[in-house]
Design a protein around this ligand. Sequence first.
Ligand SMILES: *Cc1c(COP(=O)(O)O)cnc(C)c1O
Length: 389
Amino acid sequence: MTERATAPTTPLRARAEVDLAALRANVRTLRARASGAAVMAVVKSDAYGHGAVPCARAAVEAGATWLGTATPEEAFALRAAGLDGRVMCWLWTPGGPWREAIDAGLDLGVSGMWALREIVEAARGARAPARVQLKADTGLGRNGCQPGEDWAALVAEALRAEADGLVRVTGLWSHFACADEPGHPSIAAQLTLFREMVAYAEGRGVRPEVRHIANSPATLTLPESHFDLVRTGIAVYGISPSPEVGSSAELGLRPVMTLSASVALVKHVPGGHGVGYGHHYVTPGATTLGLVPVGYADGIPRHASGTGPVLVDGKWRTVAGRVAMDQFVVDLGGDEPEAGTRAVLFGPGEGGEPTAEDWAQAAGTIAYEIVTRIGTRVPRVHVNEAPAG
Ligand SMILES: *Cc1c(COP(=O)(O)O)cnc(C)c1O
């Protein structure tokens, strides 16, 4: 962070306000939807851009009993901040910090034999067995162990290591490919294969604490996928996994991040005036232009040039011309808001502002990417940090 907020009201070039009361409410909503399964709040990639440690704390306060990260480094950062509950991380590469992860009591996602062998080596001489969670590829075609011989070998190796006291198999898990498209035939196929792969492992003697496959969309649409634990990311941040699953409001979720900037300049220009690099916008007549001091270095997608929506002084305006590295311009149509007026790029939508989903549509991407990509130059201002009552 190169700019610091001392208080939410401090004037700033730009800020991403993160409403932790909304986050806690979302976690409670997800717990109620999870059919008694435990909730893991996925806080990878700095909590999808919202700030990992404050979001993790708030999620735990609201009853999330697991935290999930992609990388071990993200998990270590949670431990360093004093988050001492269950933390799972799943994105490993050879030579990873296994011993540190075992000593930190992390749950380690294991997708292949090379990883299990490195864990077993690292666990020799450790204070406690490594907690491993075997990941099945039930159809995503990404990380995870293939069914059949590969799964049989991984399960057998894990049981041997468990018998030697070097590992404890705490979980069996998988991940959906198309849960954000309810009714997609791959969903039922993955569930069936997951049940089979779990049954195989349990039949050989694996006694997992948790079996899990559901991400946010599955948690919200598919109760039979909940098993013992659901791994929710985007929904914790109040954003719908996809328009097909429903809007945030329909799902009972409240977007947590509000991205705003302080209008840096308002000026009159004549008609026919080119705006920004390449002159991709030319004023259709005499008008006023407003300079919004955030750009692609702050995570504003350049693909939203000419399309991204912004609320300025009660009206939706559209990015005029190209998004540059540090700034973009909106045509204010003759209005003259003062410099310093707050331009809201996205938020919950309750004050008439666009949402991250609107930006996703404008940029041809998903709302996950809109919030996650907000740059480190934009300070995160956490509000409602203390739980009420
Ligand atoms: C990111 C991630 C999740 C969370 O997905 P959402 O769609 O954001 O809920 C769950 N599990 C794994 C393995 C992930 O990588």
